[in-house]
Design a protein around this ligand. Structure first.
Ligand SMILES: Cc1cc2nc3c(=O)[nH]c(=O)nc-3n(C[C@H](O)[C@H](O)[C@H](O)COP(=O)(O)OP(=O)(O)OC[C@H]3O[C@@H](n4cnc5c(N)ncnc54)[C@H](O)[C@@H]3O)c2cc1C
Length: 317
């Protein structure tokens, strides 16, 4: 509900959903008791802002290709973290970053772990805030790790989860993708509502834009599709509450609703005419903000890979 309201209002900064619904749940689900006690109260109060750093300059869709390493020191007291990350939401603001790194580089995905890296650790630097096409209220940054000594206690889940990070990432995918779908439907509905208001009051050729059949049919079609999307997303919400939402179904929800969201935004911008292209109008911002929904959280092409694999169709490795 809170996620929908934020999407409806177009409040993109900070990355609230990422902080509350992705980073904190990782600690809740996988953290040791000490990690939960240390970080969860501070994340809940806002004293700490959270981020998760998977993507690297040469590893986005192909997360198995992560090059960042975290090698255990001979005495076992700490990991030495080296590498860089990019496109990290809340990266600039973050006080706590869950960093995906290889603790056993020779083992590929099976050598991946998640480290809790805090602001201020020596060798942890933040790069520039990237200039994005949309989502301007939320910072997206590069992060650099040069011989950062991360205490062994900061391995998420402790020694039991060493080299099991990839499994954790996979387990969280359905919820992460469903969140994107929830916000896509809410943002699309808000865009339709703003457009309905606008076309009723905007006069062209002596009549309201709403009086044109093209306007009414366009909005009727968009509303139908958004309503259908909402029913599917509601069904996915029911499934996830029963812990039954599989990754393929979540991927269908993510890709289908975000494609729809962008189509809705684009058609609504059209109905606003030139005003739809001016930053002062919320519809313009919503259109720009919508574009990335098809890219992050796994691109919509990757979603189709996942769905087709679930259908037994094989596909790219
Ligand atoms: C605003 C923003 C915020 C982000 N926030 C975060 C964050 O907080 N944390 C984080 O870790 N990452 C984050 N990301 C990164 C995001 O998840 C990646 O950008 C995304 O996964 C795609 O990776 P890439 O950019 O490397 O594209 P690439 O993997 O290089 O993909 C390029 C193109 O190739 C296509 N492609 C790739 N593989 C296949 C395939 N097998 N079959 C068909 N097509 C394929 C893709 O779909 C895409 O069209 C963010 C990105 C943005 C833009």
């Amino acid at each position: 509900m809170q996620m929908e309201e934020i999407a409806r209002a177009g409040c993109t900064g900070i990355g609230f959903g990422l902080h509350s619904e992705i980073v904190a749940p990782y600690i809740l689900h996988y953290g040791t008791e000490a990690q939960k006690r240390k970080y969860l109260p501070r994340l809940a109060s806002g004293e700490m802002v959270g981020a998760i750093a998977m993507t690297e300059p040469a590893a986005g869709s192909d997360l198995q290709g992560v090059k960042t390493t975290a090698l255990l020191s001979p005495d076992g007291s700490h990991y030495v973290l080296n590498g860089s990350k990019t496109f990290i939401t809340n990266g600039w603001h973050a006080d706590l970053v869950i960093v995906v790194a290889k603790t056993d580089p020779a083992a590929g995905a099976k050598g991946t772990s998640l480290l809790l890296v805090e602001r201020g650790m020596a060798g942890f630097e933040k790069g520039q805030r990237l200039k994005k096409a949309g989502m301007k209220a939320q910072d997206t940054s590069e992060l650099f790790f040069n011989d950062v000594q991360v205490p062994a206690d900061n391995l998420l889940g402790g020694a039991a989860l060493q080299n099991k990070g990839f499994i954790c990432l996979m387990e969280q995918l359905p919820w992460e993708r469903l969140q994107i779908a929830i916000t896509a439907v809410a943002a699309a509905q808000a865009a339709i509502d703003w457009t309905v208001d606008y076309v009723k009051q905007r006069k062209v050729f002596g009549q309201s834009v709403a009086a044109f059949q093209n306007t009414r049919y366009t909005l009727a079609e968009l509303q139908t599709q958004v309503q259908v999307a909402r029913v599917f997303v509601d069904k996915c919400c029911e499934l996830i509450l029963r812990d039954q939402l599989d990754t393929a179904t979540a991927s269908m929800a993510k890709s289908w609703t975000t494609d729809l969201q962008f189509k809705v935004m684009d058609e609504c911008v059209q109905l606003f005419g030139g005003y739809g292209y001016m930053w002062e109008y919320p519809i313009t911002r919503a259109w720009a903000d919508a574009r990335v929904q098809r890219i992050y959280g796994g691109t919509n092409e990757i979603m189709k890979e996942v769905i087709s694999r679930g259908m037994g169709l094989g596909g790219a490795k």
